[in-house]
Design a protein around this ligand. Sequence first.
Ligand code: 4AD
Ligand code: MG
Length: 433
Amino acid sequence: MSHVVPVAELSQQVGQEVTVRGWLYNKRSSKNVHFLELRDGTGIVQTVVFKGNVTPELFQLAEGLGQESSIEATGLVKEHGKLKGTYELDAKDVRVIAHVARQYPISPKEHGTDFLMDNRHLWLRSKRQHAILRIRHTIIKAVRDFFDGRGFTLVDAPIFTPNACEGTSTLFETDYHGEPAYLTQSGQLYMEAAAAAVGKAYCFGPTFRAEKSKTRRHLAEFWMVEPEVAFLDLEGDMKLGEDFITYIVERVLETRAEELKICERDTTFLEKVKTPFPRITYHEAIKILQENGHPEAKVGDDFGGDEETVISNKFDRPLIVHRYPSDIKAFYFKRDPGNEALALNMDILAPEGYGEIIGGGQREDSLERLEAAIGHHKLPMEAFEWYLDLRRYGSFPHAGFGLGIERTVSWICGLPHVRETIPFPRMLNRLAP
Ligand code: 4AD
Ligand code: MG
């Protein structure tokens, strides 16, 4: 057997005899030739099996191969006669590793979403899902590179937690040796502790929300990256957020053009993602709603997906909305010294109707005010004693945010629903496969 080469590297092997290992993606046959499309995870290569070049047994074998059979093919690498930049394998030998005799469930014909979701473990092999996986990978790599390149330290937050960060209505409760524990909704509180240790911290991990809503933006389990920075204010936080998003989008445009094309993504909007992002206050956002088909909108309302779509559609790039009423925001936000009714928070909304991808802001650094806020939100004070210590021992202004990876993937790939952005989605009615 000649040496095994990934399909993506075949262009460097023209005229060489190589072996490719993978799965049979598609097959076309005529009397004297079989065209086997082999998929190896790095690409797809057409393997040409001419009757005259192989034994009659082998030719017959190729005839009966089922889709997704695993195969090893050896042959000469050639540039395609008509398609420049496309390479094929002129097969000399084909070895079947595992023959698939049954009908592969996912055919090129249209399937319903439920069927595809039930077969998610197989659906991942399709071209589009593969492209999304690669873009997700690139986004996560860009996330890490961005913070690592700016002096942040990755600090992992726990998954089992004794207290709620984002309100008690979306908690997943588990039994922790006889005590109730919650799956983390956010690593933020721990990153605040970490920021006092390392200055600039970030965590990246799975987070959980028992979301009762079935929307195209909500998952029960999603991945969030959460930076937290000592001595940063809301203004600095917004700047960090816009630099971060711009960096991620640039990286994907630079390195994943092929995959974006497979997703049929119109990249003109992505190319417009440049700093500074427009900034509006919550009150200005309410006004936009009132003037655009939501006359009922009033100060004090929280924005759902529909409202975010209306607001963000007014802009051609991501939009920062800041200073929401404190009453509709989490307990930990610092209040605006200029108007105590407002939180020093911000959301970044993606354009094209995608809505909130980042939520964050400046944290309350006064012990007394934080105690009052915990009381006001009727949260159990004992569970937050450790968090209050951060205000007892060298309190400091600080800010941070959380970016949801799946919503970011959804927007960058131009997908209609977050369910395709994570390999194995967990949603209201889905725990399998
Ligand atoms: O706005 P959220 O709830 O903010 C926090 O959790 C803060 N503690 C983060 C921080 O400041 N460190 O969530 C942050 C982001 C949202 O903007 C969204 O992108 C994503 O997390 N997100 C979800 N993504 C998918 N499914 C859900 N159910 C999500 N809930 C939030
Ligand atoms: Mg939010």
